[in-house]
Design a protein around this ligand. Sequence first.
Ligand code: AOF
Ligand code: ZN
Length: 370
Amino acid sequence: MKEENDRLYMERALHLAEQGRGRVSPNPMVGAVLVKEGRIIGEGFHACYGGLHAERAALESCREAPRGSTLYVTLEPCCHYGKQPPCTDAVLENGIRRVVVGSGDPNPLVAGKGIEKLKAHGVEVTEGVLQGPCEKLNEIFFHFIRTKTPYVIMKYAMTMDGKLACVSGASRWITGETARKKVHEDRNQYTAIMVGVGTVLADDPLLTCRLPQGRNPVRIVCDTHLRTPVYAQVVATASQTRTILASCCTDPERREPYLEAGCELLAVPEKNGHLDLAALMEKLGAKGIDSILLEGGAELHWSALQAGIVQKVQAYIGTKLFGGQKAPSPVGGNGVPTPEEAFRLAPPAVTVLGEDLLLESEVIPCSPES
Ligand code: AOF
Ligand code: ZN
């Protein structure tokens, strides 16, 4: 009975945590519920970056004295001074008797020390309740805090015969409205969106979020030789929406017009004639960019897979067939020579979006000897 209730309250805490989605990065989403004698007496979540942590938000909302209550929290309470004071202090000061934790906090400043401190002060701690869903909730934060590089989601829409466009190059539309709305929900949520210069030259995209009250992701263009046209939409709108051009070109004269237009230029070393994508990820991580939607083209997808920077693949599948030997597919480059050398993906999550499908799979990292 106790375990069943623990799961129910943790589910509620997970639901609360979700409300911080897209607003707390690069911090984690966290939800908290305070329960006393079988009643919820307070609830809270981490609502904005730098803001009150979930535990203190729940305490602030309390309808009665929290002394003797149980705290359900999706992430181990912190025990360090950051932008906010330690949550462990709040737990102890308020006489909370028991703390139920979903997942541990891999932040080296916390990493088990929060739970240890609570136990050392006589608080009963139960760990690992709905651990899987709690870890999944913060897959981006967990990746970012461990690697200091962004979580990269390679996203594309293709037909059921694996085409990104018709032979003519026309691609509007592959998927229907429901799927296209989800794309904009994702742009509202992830920190950045990245494309190759080929995509800018071919489509002149805006790469913004077209939802009312939506937030635009930071736009990143991988442009080894600085070929982005100064009149491209991403450059022309750079003063409204942050735009980063990642390039090997360090010539101040060539960089000047982009800087004037409000772009940021990121100098990246060259590797085999292209941008060193692993080095780029480190630089973007240092800028606090914790997640990237990688939206093509095919050559950049291949390079990104080879560089080992992709964590997840999002394949939208439109229920159409384009055909055409020369019609492009989502991943270019040389391709792997044999099926054994394929990039491996975990079993996918399948979502039906109107008449289309979305398959989402994590990339299984290559072992160094393979
Ligand atoms: C919690 N509850 O709601 C959150 C936690 O700079 P700060 O003070 O906001 O600290 C950020 C770190 O604290 C973050 O990296 C993560 O380890 C933890 N976030 N912890 O107990 C919360 N948001
Ligand atoms: Zn905290």
